[in-house]
Structure formats: structure tokens, C-alpha cells
Design a protein around this ligand. Structure first.
Ligand SMILES: Cc1ncc(COP(=O)(O)O)c(C=O)c1O
Length: 440
């Protein structure tokens, strides 16, 4: 097949420079394990697990077979006032991985929908308690919570907001967790954890605790470059939320399902939120799915207030689609059978050490990382902020490495099935690309 600008024009691509792409397409036509192949025959190492979702590697026939078998038996069941067994099985499997108090899961189709659903759960919870004055949501600078209006309202990335000024009111923003003092530190930095979390108290002092419903955070901010919180940060946030009756929401769309060497960041940092969103690696990318887990307290409060009526007026036509559930069940079995969370934990030190070997390259401005995720900030000579990342991502594609950049941060997150050899190849290709770009 010939790929010309004419043949590509009809698809308006998301988060893409469409005009440039159609002049110079980068198409993937095959994928297997930790690799993908482009339409010119080049082989690419998947250095970001595609979009942090293909954690078991590509081409897992256990998943595609499960989806196919499910579609043959039962392609679709409405989920309103009826259901199919797969969603209950998957919910049970997910709750086994969650902190003890979290035993209920609601299904959506993406991370963005999961966040909007979480916002509504917060409101439904306060409504059920007759605490409707708590309208204010708190989120963080440099947060990314997806692209729906709810998620954009909570996000702290200017490019996702400045063209879309009509967002939710009543959102207060606390500080992000990047600090100069913690530059180039592996894992959690020593400085500023408690102080940064105390910024939530500033919001409490400004608006009054009884106006604040929930605090949304990614335990590690992913899309703004793996901002690992300093030591004590999440524990202190939990304390403040408890003190003032504020719900704590962890957006684990990236950090969930083994990325940090634990099932969830809640585990890694030993902090249990009231509500957790997840998506991405839940189906290994093979089917769209998002999910929201809640504690028994949140669930029971909303269900008990229902008094026999429909308790939560919310859902999607494709909530818990049978094919997505089948993909989720097959994926979670792979995680367990192949001990992939343990593999991520075991590989982490080697991975981080290797990534840190890039720190002396001139164009590298900071490196952060935890588990099997790291970010490298780059500033190429003579390029405006934001352009270096895009330039590097395209360059690396043709040099055999897929690395997702957001802004000028390259997010390194190999599949959890990766070996030391994959890590070596990844860092070698990235290092070579960075050195060339530095002198270009
Ligand atoms: C933390 C976080 N929340 C939400 C989302 C949105 O997920 P989706 O793209 O599936 O809507 C993302 C996507 O990267 C994310 O990283």
C-alpha cells in the first residue's frame, strides 16, 4: 500500500500535527512483544509501552482469543438493569489487587471517562450525606486527567486548557511536586514532601473545609513527565483530607497495574485513597476500558441513600462491554501467571541506573523515575520550549525507538515483560539520538 497525503487526509488525528503527519506519515503495521514495525519495514522498540498501556507486550494471543471467543458467544449486553457475568468476574479480580477497603468497581471506556465518573461519584457521595456545600474540587498544577471537560477542568497543563476556556467552576489548584532541589534524584526526593502537601491546607484556609469535596492527584504525575512526589507527600495529603473530611482521589490511569512494581501506587506509597481511577493497562490496550474503584464507605453511603431507587444516575452504553471485560480478565491473568508486577519491581533498579547514565548529555536537563517509569527532560539547541520533545519523538521513530514525549519530557516506560537487554537497547538508542540532536 502506498501512503500518500491524499490517502490519509480523511482521518483527523488526535494530539497530532495533522498537516505534517500526512506529509511524513509514521504508520505502524505490525506489533509483537516489545516491538512494532513501521510501514517502511523499520523495527521499533516500544519504549513507552505504546501509551503506557501495552504492559504485557504486543500480540498477546491470550487476550485476542478471549475477545474473539467472547464476541462469538455474546457480543453485547446492555448494562442497565441487566448484565453479563464477565463484568462481575473482572471487578472481583481488580478488587483482589486493590487496598483492602476498596471492594467496588464501576466501568467506563477510557481514563477520561473514569475521571468524569469519579467527579460524579464525589458529588453523589456528598449528596447522599446531605453535605451539598462541598462543591469545590482540588487538583494540581501540571496534572493531567484526560480530555473530557471534567478532566480538563482538573488538569494543570496549559496547552490542554488555553483554547478551551469553558471549564468547570469551583476548581482550586495546589502546587505541583517538581522541585529544583530534587533534580536528578531517583525515586522520591528528600525535599519538600510535607511542605508541598500542606498547600492543600492553604486551600482549606482560603475557602473553608466544608466547601471542599475532593482532592484529585496522580500519585506520580505521568503526562507532565513522571513527577515523583517527594517523601511523605502522599501520606501528608491523606492526613489533611482525613482531618477536613475531603475525599482523596488517586488517578492511577498510568501508575496502575504494575508500572511502579506494585499493583497500584496506593500500594507502593502505602496510602489508600477513597476513590481510584484506572484505565490503560487494564486491558493491555487491546480494548478500550476505564474503571473507578471506591471504598466500602463511599459505595455503601451512595447505595444506602438510594432507598430502593436507582442510586447513581450515570453510565455509558459501553460500560463493561463484554469484549473489554474478556480482554481485562485475560490481561489480569497474564499479570498473575507471569508475575509481571514482580518483574517490574525486579528490573527497576537496573532500569533506573541505565537511564541515569544519560544524565551528562548536554541537552538533558533533568531525569526522574520510579519503578519501571522514568522521564527525561530535554532542551535542544535553538528550539523553543515544547519543540524539543516533538522533534526528538519523530527523530527516534526513524531510529527504531518509540518514545512518547509530552512537552519536552520523554516518558520511558517499557512493557513489564521487558528484559535487561530491552533496557540496554532502549537507553543506547535514546542516548545516541540525544547526542546527535545535541550537536545537530
Ligand atoms: C493520569 C491520567 N488520567 C487520565 C488520562 C486519560 O485517559 P484516556 O486517554 O484513556 O482518556 C490519562 C491519559 O494519559 C492519564 O495519564
Amino acid at each position: 500500500m502506498q501512503y500518500t497525503s491524499n490517502s490519509l487526509e480523511e482521518h483527523w488525528m488526535p494530539f497530532t500535527q495533522n498537516a505534517e503527519f500526512k506529509e511524513n506519515p509514521r504508520l505502524v503495521v505490525k506489533s509483537e512483544g516489545c516491538y512494532m514495525w513501521d510501514h517502511k519495514g523499520g523495527k521499533l522498540l516500544d519504549g513507552s509501552s505504546s501509551l503506557f498501556n501495552v504492559a504485557c507486550g504486543h500480540g498477546r494471543t491470550e487476550i485476542s482469543t478471549a475477545v474473539y471467543e467472547q464476541l462469538k458467544i455474546n457480543d453485547y449486553t446492555p448494562h442497565f438493569q441487566m448484565g453479563h457475568p464477565g463484568s462481575f468476574e473482572l471487578a472481583k479480580m481488580i478488587t483482589r489487587l486493590l487496598p483492602e477497603e476498596m471492594n467496588h468497581v464501576f466501568f467506563a471506556n477510557s481514563g477520561s471517562e473514569a475521571i468524569d465518573t469519579a467527579l460524579k461519584i464525589v458529588m453523589a457521595y456528598n449528596n447522599a450525606r446531605g453535605d451539598n456545600g462541598r462543591m469545590r474540587m482540588v487538583s494540581r498544577e501540571r496534572a493531567y486527567h484526560g480530555v473530557n471537560i471534567g478532566g480538563v477542568s482538573l488538569s494543570g497543563m496549559v496547552k490542554n486548557r488555553d483554547v478551551f476556556p469553558l471549564t468547570m467552576p469551583y476548581v482550586a489548584t495546589i502546587r505541583h511536586t517538581w522541585l529544583e532541589e530534587n533534580k536528578f534524584v531517583k525515586g522520591e526526593g528528600e525535599h519538600g514532601g510535607v511542605e508541598l502537601a500542606n498547600d492543600l491546607e492553604r486551600i482549606v484556609q482560603t475557602y473553608g473545609a466544608n466547601t471542599i469535596a475532593a482532592c484529585f492527584v496522580e500519585p506520580i504525575a505521568g503526562s507532565t513527565g513522571c513527577l515523583v512526589p517527594p517523601k511523605g507527600y502522599l501520606k501528608r495529603l491523606r492526613e489533611i483530607c482525613d482531618q477536613y473530611g475531603i475525599l482523596l482521589v488517586f488517578d492511577e490511569v498510568i501508575t496502575g497495574f504494575g508500572r511502579l512494581g506494585h499493583a497500584f501506587a496506593a500500594d507502593a506509597f502505602d496510602v489508600t485513597p477513597d476513590i481510584m481511577t484506572m484505565a490503560k493497562a487494564i486491558t493491555n490496550g487491546a480494548q478500550p476500558m476505564g474503571a473507578i474503584a471506591v471504598t466500602d464507605t463511599v459505595y455503601d453511603t451512595i447505595i444506602d441513600a438510594g432507598a430502593g431507587a436507582m442510586e447513581f444516575f450515570h453510565g455509558y452504553t459501553y460500560s463493561a462491554h463484554p469484549a473489554s471485560c474478556a480482554a481485562g480478565i485475560a490481561t489480569l491473568k497474564i499479570y498473575e501467571d507471569e508475575k509481571l508486577f514482580e518483574n517490574a519491581a525486579a528490573l527497576s533498579e537496573y532500569f533506573l541506573d541505565k537511564v541515569w547514565t544519560l544524565q551528562d548529555i548536554d541537552v538533558v536537563k533533568d531525569i526522574r523515575g520510579y519503578g519501571l517509569m522514568a522521564a527525561i527532560d530535554v532542551a535542544l539547541p535553538d528550539l523553543a520550549p515544547g519543540v524539543s520533545g516533538m522533534t526528538m519523538q519523530k527523530k527516534l521513530f526513524w531510529e527504531g525507538l518509540h518514545l512518547k514525549f509530552t512537552g519536552d519530557s520523554g516518558i520511558i516506560a517499557p512493557p513489564l515483560v521487558a528484559t535487561r537487554e530491552h533496557v540496554d537497547e532502549l537507553v543506547e538508542k535514546l542516548g545516541k539520538g540525544l547526542k546527535e540532536a545535541a550537536t545537530a
